[in-house]
Design a protein around this ligand. Structure first.
Ligand code: PMP
Length: 364
């Protein structure tokens, strides 16, 4: 047999169940309720869809490899020069570019022990060492993370709001953490869900990046923009860091349909504001109902809730899937039985609450 690199020996492919679409047919549902992937239940901006359709006319041609329209739109949106941006095939790709370019064998990367799993995987792929710090009250323990910074530390990940808990690190705490960090350590702040924050005060990307050359901020079009299927994300960072990522990225890493849709979506501020508002109402509603049912729910500022169960979370996930409701059952350090449930529209949320009530009462 042909041996893969040593770094891959202990890794497994990401576990994907059967696609919800096929379960719909198999189980005979007229529709399924997707609350497992933190998507936007209200779809995407009509302007983005229009732009995507128009772009289909040109799919026989490669995209503009400079992605000038998208970079221009991003620059305007954030008030930063275009050299600060890197677009990727999802922010997933930007994470991989960062570890590819900056993590070498034996380099350490500090992260929460219960956070987005791709940070750890990508660090391991490069032969780096993930240093995982438990959450404190469901949120990033910045003090604990700072205590792990040492000679070998190359990178620190702060997922804000954190997936899967939905908790945030507020503006002043993060600003202090960044200013205390040695300047040769890169701080990656993943803001995939930041548009959903309504209560906490968050940092402004431009203000941070203009002062702090060791910070990278990640955003995505997969969540509030509702374009998960087109796979577009981006990073904002000092041009020197962006220049290194350009060396390792594929030339046409983003497809032209996605690039066009993303640029158009940025301009539709009304769609984003409306999605955030509806999400906030549903988040309060579902969190209150769950609390009323006796569940502990962490305070979420994202488009999902982290619900602590007494029963097996995998059994809960399976029981809900039987009813056509897809959520994520997790066994994370400190949280052996948790459900991460993305907020849907009211009807979907009510169906979820009913199914969970039944599972808690009767095990089905
Ligand atoms: N970061 C976080 C925190 C996420 O939850 C996700 C998606 N689940 C991503 C990054 C990647 O998103 P995408 O690749 O779709 O942009």
């Amino acid at each position: 047999t042909i041996k893969a690199r040593d770094e891959l020996v202990s890794l497994l492919p990401y576990p994907l169940g059967p696609p919800p679409e096929t379960m719909q047919t198999k189980l005979g549902f007229s529709r399924i309720i997707r609350m497992g992937d933190n998507e936007n239940p209200y779809g995407a901006s009509p302007f983005a869809l229009e732009a995507a359709k128009k772009e289909l006319e040109s799919v026989s041609r490669y995209p503009d490899g400079t992605y000038s329209r998208l970079y221009n739109a991003l620059g305007e949106f954030h008030g930063l020069p275009e050299g600060f941006f890197i677009v990727g095939n999802g922010s997933d790709e930007v994470i991989r570019l960062l570890t590819r370019a900056f993590i070498g064998h034996g380099d350490e990367a500090v992260m929460a022990s219960c956070t987005f799993p791709r940070y750890k995987t990508n660090v391991l792929i490069e032969g780096g060492i993930p240093v995982e710090v438990p959450l404190a009250n469901g949120a990033h323990d910045l003090e604990g993370m700072m205590a792990q910074i040492g000679r070998k530390t190359k990178m620190v990940f702060v997922c804000n709001p954190n997936n899967p808990t939905g908790t945030i690190v507020e503006k002043n705490a993060l600003a202090q953490f960044i200013s205390d960090m040695p300047k040769n350590v890169m701080i990656v702040v993943d803001e995939a869900y930041v548009e959903y924050v309504t209560l906490g005060e968050m940092n402004d990307a431009k203000t941070i990046l203009e002062k702090q050359p060791n910070v990278v901020i990640l955003r995505t079009f997969s969540k509030i923009h509702g374009l998960a299927g087109l796979r577009i994300g981006y990073g904002m960072m000092a041009p020197e860091i962006a220049g290194e990522l350009r060396k390792v990225k594929d030339v046409f890493n983003v497809n032209r349909v996605g690039a066009a849709a993303a640029a158009a979506s940025l301009a539709d501020k009304a769609f984003i504001a409306e999605s955030a508002e509806k999400n906030c109402l549903e988040r309060e509603y579902v969190a209150n109902c769950l609390a009323g049912m006796g569940f502990t729910v962490l305070p979420s500022e994202a488009n999902f809730l982290f619900v602590l169960l007494k029963e097996s979370s995998l059994a809960a996930e399976a029981s809900l899937a039987e009813k056509g409701i897809f959520v994520k059952g997790l066994a994370a350090p400190g949280y052996p039985n948790a459900l991460r449930v993305a907020l849907g529209c009211r009807e979907e949320n009510d169906a979820f609450l009913k199914a969970l009530r039944s599972f808690a009462a009767e095990g089905v």
